[in-house]
Design a protein around this ligand. Structure first.
Ligand code: PAF
Length: 279
């Protein structure tokens, strides 16, 4: 497994690949878990080589504490990637990516950016768009793999690729869950033992909301979820939304031809967790 920290040397390696070599790309912020590794496995199956980037992108954090406390486990990440036969790892510094201007560009994602996460994380999707476009430029992948835990992020990246005509196929992969149902996330390691033991409550609530959506309208399900969290001793609900998978707009009246998903963001102390379920 080759490890690069410099754009130039990574690009030299990529240029030296035989013509027609297909590149599968898995962008990550490290602190890898089984969810990331399943993306690597999918990328391995569908491409000649796999490139993984590990870069905690400062411009997508709206909260400095979250950036500082984001788990960093680089040695463990590298040995996991090696054991999964990853071909190339790219671990640049912020200066390598942004030089002396650590700033996002401004994107128009046709309104997808104003829903859910966009309402609570100012500038987040501009940061994601900036880094993902930059990484695509550097790595020039044929296919790029993203987990559905960040479903809104996938839709936004698809929109960016479509609007900018980027020559990359965006592949979405199902959420990986712990045995008790908690969606795998690098942030889970920041939960206290008590929070972790109770955290299956989030997915349990999503599953119950899904059943309710079969017979009730969205606003009733919303009220029910808000009530479930109202007096919860450990978790604070930031939002629960039932939205159209394509437009991410909240559902008003159910339309049987549309696909819907329920989205949730919850605070466990200072740790913010998100999850979603197809309805
Ligand atoms: O999903 C993530 O880990 C990040 O948002 C990504 C796509 C690697 C961009 O920094």
């Amino acid at each position: 497994m080759l490890i690069f920290t410099k754009i130039k040397s990574l690009q030299q390696e990529i240029k030296s690949l035989k013509d027609g070599t297909t590149i599968g790309f898995v962008p990550t912020m490290g602190a890898l878990h089984e969810g990331h590794l399943s993306l690597v496995e999918n990328a391995k199956k569908e491409n000649d080589i796999v490139v993984v980037s590990i870069f905690v992108n400062p411009t997508q954090f709206d909260n400095t504490d979250d950036l500082i406390n984001y788990p960093k486990t680089i040695e463990k990440d590298l040995s996991l990637l090696k054991s999964f036969n990853c071909d190339i790892v790219f671990t640049p510094t912020p200066e390598e990516i942004y030089a002396d201007n650590i700033k996002s560009e401004s994107f128009d994602f046709d309104g997808l950016e104003f829903q859910m996460e966009g309402k609570f994380r100012a500038g987040h999707f501009n940061g994601v768009g900036t880094i993902v476009e930059r990484l695509f430029e550097i790595v020039k992948p044929h296919k790029a793999y993203f987990g559905e835990k960040d479903f809104q992020q996938i839709q936004i990246i698809r929109k960016m690729a479509e609007k900018k005509n980027l020559p990359v196929q965006i592949i979405s992969c199902p959420i990986h869950r712990e045995k008790d149902g908690l969606a795998m996330s690098s942030r889970n390691t920041r939960l206290t033992e008590v929070q972790r033991a109770a955290a299956s409550f989030i997915y349990e609530t999503l599953k119950k909301a899904k059943i309710q959506f079969g017979t009730k309208n969205a606003s009733d399900v919303l009220k029910w979820v808000e009530n479930e969290f109202k007096n919860h001793p450990l978790f604070t609900l930031e939002y629960f939304e039932i939205a159209d998978e394509e437009t991410l707009l909240p559902v008003k009246t159910k339309n049987p031809t549309k696909k819907y998903r329920a989205f949730i963001a919850v605070f466990a102390g200072k740790v913010r967790l998100i999850d979603n379920i197809r309805l």
